[in-house]
Design a protein around this ligand. Structure first.
Ligand SMILES: [Fe+2]
Length: 256
């Protein structure tokens, strides 16, 4: 199991506070059967840009401490900005394990008009953008086509484990389940920020993926390791939501 999204690097964003907390978070990942965790701190262009040297010093310290127990990989969670393609071209931002797969965060309650252009430009440059936790974005919750358009363009999507376990409420949980059932998600991340309220838990959510959609679970088992190795992947086709059909059928049967 790979955790594609975490804030385990200490004192760099709103995630881990110190080395001790980072260690706790990683120990928890190991207990959760995570074999590989991506350290993806927030990167906000012009506001909170991460010094690559400092980042790698801290990443390497964690890697060395846990070299035999878990694989810790580089990455960032870059906040949507029209200059992302420029930054990618200039190597000021980096993908998961320095691959073409770049994790991109949207605002929680907005979907900027330049989003699709940024994704398109990145794909032209050879990058593979990954939308971080789309299930938590208000505009995507209201109009799933906003997500589908990006996926059709070639983007991938990462879901937060907590969304499937109800950490962000029932509404998000139900929407998250729908995205899993319809193959609109490609990887899971803990988005762990600390060792208390937002931990690096993964196991329960990953098992839920298996219960909701066996094909997708199998696809994740076979393909997520390719992503961290920078190998090309072919996502499953988006399918209709069978659960919705089932509900309509139930309603029909109840009326008879
Ligand atoms: Fe995050």
């Amino acid at each position: 199991m790979i955790d594609f999204h975490s804030h385990i690097i200490w004192d760099i964003d709103d995630g881990s506070k110190d080395f001790r907390m980072s260690s706790d978070m990683i120990e928890n990942s190991i207990c959760q059967n995570v074999q590989c965790i991506c350290a993806t701190p927030h990167f906000i262009i012009d506001e909170q840009e991460i010094d690559k040297t400092v980042y790698h010093e801290k990443l390497n310290a964690l890697k060395e401490s846990y070299s035999n127990k878990i694989n810790i990989l580089s990455g960032i969670e870059v906040y949507i900005n029209p200059n992302i393609p420029k930054y990618y071209k200039e190597k000021k931002i980096w993908g998961i394990n320095d691959s073409r797969y770049v994790l991109i965060e949207l605002p929680m309650r907005d979907y900027p008009i330049y989003t699709k252009d940024v994704f398109y430009e990145l794909i032209i440059l050879g990058a593979k953008p990954i939308i971080a936790h789309p299930e938590r974005n208000l505009k995507i919750q209201q109009n799933m086509n906003l997500l589908t358009d990006l996926l059709d363009e070639g983007a991938l999507a990462q879901m937060n484990a907590g969304s499937l376990t109800g950490m962000f409420g029932n509404h998000v949980k139900e929407f998250a389940e729908k995205l899993i059932r319809t193959n609109r998600i490609h990887m899971i991340g803990s988005d762990g920020h600390n060792n208390r309220s937002r931990k690096t838990d993964m196991l329960s959510a990953y098992e839920t993926v298996g219960k909701l959609n066996k094909d997708l679970y199998q696809w994740m088992e076979e393909n997520t390791n390719k992503i961290v190795k920078d190998i090309d992947i072919t996502p499953l086709k988006i399918v209709e939501d069978k659960e919705k059909k089932f509900n309509i059928l139930n309603l029909f049967n109840r009326k008879k």
